[in-house]
Design a protein around this ligand. Structure first.
Ligand SMILES: [Zn+2]
Length: 160
C-alpha cells in the first residue's frame, strides 16, 4: 500500500474514526475495545486483528492480509515491517497520516491455507485522504517464512 514519507504525525493518525468508535471509560487498554475491527470481520478489534498484532501467528495468508490492513488503519508500522518478507521488506516505513483506511473487501484468495507455503489474496482497500476518497486494488503475494506467513509483494492498481 502506498505510504508517504515521513510525517511523524502519530497523534493525528490515532485520532481517527476508529478512535471515535472506541468504547471509552471501561478501562480497556488503547484499542482493545469493542470497536469493530477495521478488517471487516464484524468482530471487536480485541478479538480479531489485535490478537495478531500482539503476536498470535496468522494461520492463513488471508488472515495475515486482514491483520496488515488493520495495522495500516490503526497505524502499526512495526507490525507491517515484521510481517514483510525479508527479501522485500523496506528498511523503514512511514505511514501517511492523511490517509485513513476504513474498509477492506477480500475478493479472492488462492492457496494460502494451513498446508500451503504460498498464497495470493486479491482485495480492494478503501481510504479517504486530503485529496478525497480512493481505493486500492491489489493482488498480494504471501509466503510462509519460518512457519509464519509474510507479505512478499503485490500488483497494485490504484483508482481514485
Ligand atoms: Zn480484524
Amino acid at each position: 500500500m502506498p505510504t508517504r514519507s515521513p510525517t511523524g504525525r502519530l497523534d493525528k493518525t490515532l485520532d481517527m474514526p476508529i478512535s471515535l468508535e472506541r468504547d471509552g471509560g471501561h478501562g480497556c487498554r488503547r484499542y482493545r475495545c469493542r470497536m469493530r475491527c477495521p478488517c471487516g470481520t464484524g468482530l471487536p478489534y480485541g478479538e480479531c486483528c489485535e490478537l495478531l498484532h500482539l503476536g498470535t501467528p496468522a494461520p492463513t495468508a488471508e488472515r495475515l492480509m486482514r491483520s496488515r490492513f488493520s495495522a495500516f488503519a490503526v497505524n502499526l508500522p512495526d507490525y507491517l515491517l515484521e510481517t514483510w518478507h525479508p527479501s522485500t521488506r523496506p528498511t523503514e516505513l512511514d505511514l501517511d497520516s492523511d490517509v485513513r483506511w476504513y474498509r477492506l473487501d477480500i475478493e479472492s484468495r488462492e492457496r494460502g491455507g494451513m498446508l500451503d507455503n504460498g498464497g495470493l489474496v486479491t482485495f480492494t482497500a478503501w481510504f479517504r485522504s486530503t485529496d478525497g476518497p480512493g481505493s486500492l486494488h491489489e493482488t498480494s503475494r504471501f509466503a510462509r517464512e519460518g512457519g509464519a506467513w509474510r507479505y512478499v509483494d503485490g500488483i497494485v492498481d490504484t483508482r481514485r
